[in-house]
Ligand binder design. Structure first.
Ligand SMILES: [Zn+2]
Length: 258
């Protein structure tokens, strides 16, 4: 753990996170469109002009070009630099919490998947199987050897049904169609990586923030009654919060009753 610490390690982790964020943008854009995430190289969605390497520097390129394509001047969504900056920040937080250990690699992978699901659900209201299904398998495999341990990951099933029923009841009361199949697969993935306790924290967070945003939007404009909230985005945010603060929240909650 003392292998590399201090500002240099933090700088490297942040730079790595921002670079991965750049790749996550490719996933966010191409996965819902059924395109390959490996080829062709990045190009402007508007004019198809390929990006030159110096236009491909995360965050900085977007700021320097004023959020526009160099060739056709089409606006480039601020979501791109946002995803890069958020990935860098969340990678830093995970490293700060865990230090160098095998679990760090697994958690970075998990956080990256949550960022992709957050944006795709927000933009398209889908949670692609190509992320959630391998996510369940990888999460279970990792949990055999690392935190939270295989018992917690597998015992996800009985409380998992309870979680699902709570969420289902909650979202039906709101007058929505309830949780979709994609949301359930995503919850299973979160359970596989984090164990059922942190999945409960995730669901609690998603319900609270989801209802706050939903009520806020209706108060702002009644036409938003029909707006379909991206539950997957709230779950993704909740899962990242749970991975980072969940254990201290649980300890605090248990402490209240002992
Ligand atoms: Zn262009």
């Amino acid at each position: 753990m003392a292998a590399m610490t201090g500002p240099l390690a933090f700088g490297l982790v942040a730079a790595f996170g921002v670079a991965i964020g750049s790749f996550l943008n490719v996933c966010v854009y191409r996965l819902p469109r059924g395109e390959s995430i490996v080829s062709p190289p990045s190009r402007c969605p508007s004019c198809g002009q390929g990006l030159r390497w110096f236009d491909n520097v995360p965050v900085w390129s977007w700021i320097r070009l004023g959020g526009r394509c160099r060739t056709c001047r089409a606006t480039i969504s601020p979501v791109y630099p946002f995803v890069e900056a958020v990935t860098g920040t969340l990678f830093l937080l995970q490293y700060w919490q865990l230090g160098w250990q095998p679990l760090l690699g697994i958690r970075l992978l998990f956080v990256a998947a949550m960022i992709v699901l957050f944006v795709i659900d927000l933009q398209h209201r889908i949670l692609p199987d190509v992320i959630t299904l391998p996510g369940i398998v990888i999460g279970l495999a990792a949990s055999m050897f690392l935190e939270p341990g295989w018992q917690a990951a597998l015992s996800e099933s009985p409380p998992g049904e309870v979680l699902w029923a709570v969420g289902e009841a909650y979202f039906r009361v709101r007058g929505e169609e309830g949780m979709g199949v994609g949301d359930v697969k995503m919850l299973a993935m979160i359970g596989a990586f984090l164990g059922w306790q942190l999945t409960l924290v995730t669901l609690l967070f998603a319900s609270l923030t989801g209802s706050a945003v939903g009520v806020g939007m209706v108060m702002f404009d009644r036409r938003h009654m029909k707006y379909q909230l991206p539950l997957g985005s709230f779950l993704a945010a909740g899962a990242v919060v749970a991975a980072h603060f969940g254990q201290s929240l649980i300890a605090w909650y248990v402490g209240l009753f002992s």
